[in-house]
Design a protein around this ligand. Structure first.
Ligand code: HEC
Length: 101
């Protein structure tokens, strides 16, 4: 199901469903913290922030996600990589309560 999400978003935009797609993306917010701005810049090109904000992972698992995303074509500097990985590891750790939806 996750694999279909970016396609669904792109299809929605193409078909003029941009309002619906935008609403979904905006109702789910990432907690504030250092690295959040870098994440917003580097990680929202292909899918909404909701794909990320609803996840809870350990630092090791987030590093794995980062590798997979770079494999998909995500681009960022080394500094941004460090900042984003650190942000994910604290702001979206398993102990953080789920982001509502
Ligand atoms: C070049 C496109 C692209 C960029 C940029 C990108 N992603 Fe993704 N992302 C994908 C695709 C495609 C999927 C769905 C396939 C998959 O899960 O690997 C996805 C899925 C995900 C998932 C869900 C994985 C799961 O197992 O449910 C997370 C979390 C995620 N991305 C985080 C990130 C983060 C963090 C960044 C910024 C570093 C990022 N993405 C940037 C393409 C991208």
């Amino acid at each position: 199901m996750h694999r279909c999400l970016p396609l669904l978003i792109f299809t929605g935009i193409t078909l003029g469903g941009i309002a619906a797609a935008a609403t979904v993306a905006q109702t789910i917010a990432l907690p504030p913290g250092p690295g959040r701005d870098q994440l917003m810049a580097a990680c929202t090109r292909c899918h909404g922030v909701d794909v990320i904000a609803t996840q809870r992972r350990t630092p090791e698992e987030w590093q794995e996600v980062m590798s997979v995303m770079i494999g998909h074509g995500a681009q960022m500097t080394d500094e941004e990589y460090q900042a984003i990985t650190a942000y994910l590891s604290t702001a979206l750790a398993p102990a953080v309560p789920p982001t509502g939806n």
